[in-house]
Design a protein. Structure first.
Length: 141
């Protein structure tokens, strides 16, 4: 792994953060039924964390000598509240996996500050994942 490869991987992570922002905004608008106010608020409350992650990644990519992507990863389409929550859970689990891997790669390259920040992002995404799991636990099929 070299710095260029790390930049490319971080750009992939940045595209996923853009996607998460779009996903949460879209799902907040699409939530329906008696739990719409709570679901909409839940989705919208996640946007600031994802924006902070995206800003950090963009800044770090530039600091490493790269150019931040402007393209979002595809946003999963979901029909219904449960499907939206399941897609969010899948995305959050994916983020935990990516950032855990990226933290190890950053450490291998001697990027200690990046490693620490990525570990903080693992904590954030794990919290999002756990909260979504709790909502889904008793959600009707």
């Amino acid at each position: 792994m070299d710095k260029k490869q790390l930049i490319d991987l971080l750009n992939g992570d940045l595209a996923e953060e853009y996607s998460a922002i779009i996903q949460y905004l879209t799902y907040a608008a699409r939530a329906t039924g008696p739990y719409r106010p709570q679901l909409s608020q839940f989705f919208l409350a996640e946007v600031p964390d994802e924006q902070m992650h995206a800003q950090f990644l963009a800044n770090k990519i530039v600091a490493l000598g790269g150019a931040p992507t402007t393209q979002a990863a595809p946003v999963a389409q979901a029909a219904g509240n449960r499907a939206m929550l399941e897609e969010v859970l899948k995305a959050e689990r994916g983020a935990v996996k990516r950032y855990t891997e990226r933290a190890k790669q950053a450490e291998e390259l001697g990027e200690k500050g990046l490693m620490v920040q990525l570990e903080d992002m693992v904590r954030d995404e794990s919290g999002h994942s756990e909260e979504t799991e709790r909502i889904l636990r008793d959600w009707p099929l």
